[in-house]
Design a protein around this ligand. Structure first.
Ligand SMILES: [Zn+2]
Length: 103
């Protein structure tokens, strides 16, 4: 499996589908890979479940609506990343909690 360092995603072909980067490398176990985007409430549940399994997780907040004074600091969605070595296990746990939300 290949990995795009710019987008932090797993890539199945020789070109990154997001940034068109062709300078990809083999993924390493410790690489954080884009997993999914979920709401902050689901993220908290998922994070706690992964913590119990000692799986590292990163959730980057991002805004689905324009940032205003009242929405600042209250992102509703997280882009979730887990290490490549934990990817399959994270998927299992995710499906246990959220069924088929993930594509
Ligand atoms: Zn890319």
């Amino acid at each position: 499996m290949l990995y795009c360092e710019k987008c932090n995603i797993l890539v199945k072909c020789e070109k990154c589908p997001l940034c068109k980067n062709m300078n990809l490398r083999e993924v390493k176990d410790i690489d954080f890979c884009y997993f999914t985007s979920i709401g902050t409430i689901h993220y908290e549940i998922f994070k706690n479940a992964l913590k119990k399994e000692k799986i590292d997780i990163v959730g980057i907040p991002y805004y689905t609506r324009p940032v205003t004074l009242s929405s600042a600091g209250r992102a509703q969605v997280r882009r979730v990343y887990v290490r490549y070595k934990d990817f399959e296990k994270a998927k299992e746990i995710f499906n246990m909690f959220f069924g088929n939300l993930i594509k």
